[in-house]
Every structure is written in C-alpha cells, then in structure tokens.
Ligand binder design. Structure first.
Ligand code: GLN
Length: 192
C-alpha cells in the first residue's frame, strides 16, 4: 500500500493523479493519491510529485504554507516535472525559492517561451518516449552524483539523484506510464 502525494498549490495536479492511479493499477500495487496543500496532508506520504506550473509562484506558496522545510527534509522519493524540476534544483540564476534537492542548475524556459513549446520523441531508459515540452527548462552544471536520464539536442532534460527524479517534459500529458512507473518503483523500494 503506497500513498502518493501530489503538491496542489498550482499546476496540473489532476493529470498526475490520474497517471498515478493508472500506473498503480498496471504494476499491480495498491495505493492512493493525496492532494497536498498543507503540512498535515503530507504526514502519511510515501512519495511526492511536484507538477508543472510556474516555479516562482509554487516556490513562494511553499514558503507560505511551511511545506518548504517539510519537503526539503522529506528524504522519500520525489518526482518533479517541468516547474517541479526547476524547484528541485539549486539555482536558476534568478531570485526564487528552490529546494536544492538535486545538484544541478537550471536554465528556465531553456527552449524558448510559450510559443516555442514543442513535442518530440526522446530516448529514455532505452526506450523511445514522446516528450511534451511547455516552456521547458533544461539542466546544466550537474554534479557527478546526478545521473543523466535523457538529453534532447544536447540539453539535459531528465535526471535522477538518489530517489529524486526530474523531467523537463510533462509525463502526465502522455499515455505512456514509463516515468510514473519508475517513480512508483522508487517509492515501493522505500516502503519495503
Ligand atoms: N517555465 C516554467 C517555470 O520555470 C515551467 C513551465 C511548466 O511547468 N510547464 O516555472
């Protein structure tokens, strides 16, 4: 039985919730999703998803709700997608609250603004995967303990450090459960 929290301050929470339920069913694990708005909501969480949205806004809301410290000290698996990837980083070169849980810097909107959003087939875990990039960031200046999971046009778009996974693209917007499955497997490893 696993409890997956989805940070619900801003962004595409419902899509992640649906994807987690689909993934749990497919891998045959019982579990639940919880929307996380306060520190109380996080008490029984075995893993956390930080969705896309606007990282500067989500960061400020994290500080306002005291969730910032709770997540920084969570130590359990976290999946950060797009703005979630930005929040997991150490620096964006701008003034904004970041969790610094993955040793990387981020180029926000690294592929251009909204109208430069795109879809592309990428390689990840030896598979072809359809990535949806919406004002997507990319990672740079990563430490050697950060594993690169995927690059697109020489830019780092997916990484893993210990049990934290970050993707520049939106895995909640495709039919492929690959990324959520990898995350759920990390969660299962942790609760066993
Ligand atoms: N560019 C946004 C940011 O830096 C992220 C966009 C997204 O999550 N789709 O917060």
């Amino acid at each position: 039985m696993v409890e997956i929290g989805i940070l619900d301050l801003q962004g595409d929470v419902k899509e992640h919730q649906n994807m987690v339920i689909t993934t749990l069913n497919k891998v045959g694990v019982t579990g639940n999703t919880h929307r996380i708005k306060t520190i109380d909501d996080m008490k029984n969480c075995d893993g956390l998803i930080i969705s896309g949205g606007e990282s500067s806004t989500i960061g400020k809301l994290l500080l306002n709700t005291d969730l910032y410290d709770m997540i920084k000290n969570f130590k359990k698996p976290i999946l950060g997608t797009c703005a979630g990837m930005v929040l997991l980083s150490k620096s964006t070169g701008e003034e904004q609250p970041l969790l610094g849980l993955i040793n990387m810097n981020i180029e926000r909107n690294g592929f251009g603004r909204q109208k430069m959003s795109f879809e592309a087939d990428i390689n990840i875990y030896d598979k072809i995967y359809h990535g949806i990039f919406i004002r997507a960031p990319y990672a740079k200046n990563i430490d050697e303990n950060v594993e690169i999971l995927s690059k697109y046009n020489d830019k780092i778009i997916a990484v893993k450090q210990n049990n934290c996974i970050a993707t520049a693209f939106h895995p909640e917007l495709v039919d492929d459960i690959l990324i959520h499955e990898i995350f759920i497997k990390e969660v299962i490893k942790c609760v066993e």
